[in-house]
Write a protein that binds this ligand. Structure first.
Ligand SMILES: C[S@@+](CC[C@H](N)C(=O)[O-])C[C@H]1O[C@@H](n2cnc3c(N)ncnc32)[C@H](O)[C@@H]1O
Ligand code: SF4
Length: 368
């Protein structure tokens, strides 16, 4: 089947997620890290290799006339890298836009100063999974007070509109969500409260029944289109299918050896995309059959209708926003296309100029 999303795919990534290392200081209940880490190879990326990757990505950006986007450690904690400031500086010197995902437990005031001195000006997504100390500790294994102190310091030095506090509600008690919102809302930060997903079955108890029961399934795409835009590179240079592939199941190739473009356009990725977007029968061995983001035929039709609807509707004047830098790195506040009231500010990752493919997040009806 000719899937329009696949046909429009570019022969280069626009975004990289690079593992400076593969370690985490937390043990979140809904993250596969505690289970995977003891049985996976672990390590730090060689910094010469890191700079080679940046050089190639910067060249792709210059040649194709766009600003590449970089983030770090898809299953680890970037602040565990002592030289995070230097790594950010290396990327900024090459005109890559950088944003961070962190649990902020190690984001102490000197580390914040170091980051800002490295010309960091991107979005920071901070995981705070609960606002009652006991709940936060139960979910993450970390103490809440030091994390809050670090975030307070950051907010005294950095535009709160570029900070997004993310809470994954993994069994929060009744009332925790309201407390969590009431704590953060007055601070002017963006908020995102999510239900946990299973990371392709990496956390078995979170795998929805519809994914569990599948034997053979036909897939017609990915709600996030991760593998059409982003390359996730492990500490040892291997690239995997996407940020959900924490089990390192679907390895596209070795970027350290062959380079970004060769792996991106290589046969493993091409076949995986055919499997994900082409509607071919796939067994449960195929990673995406166990992913909540994978689309069946109905999902594809809905996605195409949303895109068509969006094109047909007159463009509404944009509301003023105080997020210039977040927008510069490709993070746009979104409202619902069908005028459902947004109950909270939403940051979704969207490529500049790319047709929306992600549900609005609040009502799941379509992107703006
Ligand atoms: C795996 S973490 C790595 C970065 C960093 N250590 C952190 O905690 O933010 C990346 C993001 O995934 C989110 N996350 C972790 N487990 C999740 C799950 N099961 N479902 C949805 N999001 C999850 C975290 O909140 C974080 O925003
Ligand atoms: S369907 Fe899931 S695992 Fe597959 S590419 Fe999309 S997000 Fe990744």
């Amino acid at each position: 089947m000719l899937n329009p999303f696949l046909q429009a795919a570019r022969p280069y990534p626009r975004k990289l997620s690079v593992d400076l290392h593969s370690f985490c200081n937390a043990r979140c209940t809904m993250c596969p890290y505690p289970r995977y880490a003891p049985r996976q190879t672990q390590g730090h990326m060689d910094r010469h290799r890191y700079r080679q990757i940046l050089d190639e990505m910067a060249l792709i950006g210059r040649t194709r006339r766009f600003q590449p986007i970089l983030t770090f450690c898809y299953m680890g904690e970037p602040f565990l890298a002592d030289d995070l400031g230097q790594c950010v500086r290396d990327a900024r010197d090459r005109d890559l836009a950088v944003y961070l995902n962190t649990n902020a437990a190690l984001m102490t005031p000197p580390r914040v100063d170091e980051l800002l001195a490295a010309a960091f000006d991107g979005a920071i997504h901070i995981s705070v999974h609960g606002i009652t100390p006991e709940v936060y500790y139960r979910v993450t294994g970390l103490d809440l007070d030091p994390t809050l102190a670090n975030i307070r310091y950051l907010l005294s030095r950095y535009d709160p509109a570029r900070v997004c506090i993310r809470g994954v509600d993994d069994g929060w008690p009744v009332g925790e969500r309201d407390k969590w919102r009431a704590f953060w809302q007055p601070l002017g930060v963006q908020l995102e409260c999510l239900a946990p997903i299973s990371r392709c079955g990496g956390v078995g108890r979170l795998l929805p029944a519809r994914c569990r029961d599948r034997r053979t399934v036909r897939l017609f795409g990915c709600r996030c289109h991760h593998p059409l835009v982003e390359m996730v590179i492990l500490f040892d240079g291997r690239a995997v299918m996407c940020c959900q592939d924490m089990g390192r199941e679907l390895v596209w190739g070795d970027v350290g050896k062959d380079g970004i473009l060769a792996v991106w356009n290589g046969s493993v990725r091409r076949q995986a995309l055919q499997q994900l977007y082409g509607g071919r029968p796939a067994s449960r061995q195929f990673l995406c059959t166990r992913c909540e983001q994978a689309l069946g035929l109905t999902g594809l039709v809905r996605s195409l209708c949303q895109t068509a609807l969006r094109k047909a509707l007159p463009t509404r004047p944009k509301a003023p926003t105080n997020l210039p830098t977040a927008q510069a790195v490709g993070l746009h506040p979104r409202a619902c296309q069908l005028n459902h009231p947004a109950k909270k500010p939403i940051l979704n990752f969207v490529e500049a100029g790319r047709e929306g493919v992600t549900p609005c997040g609040e009502c799941k009806c379509g992107p703006s």
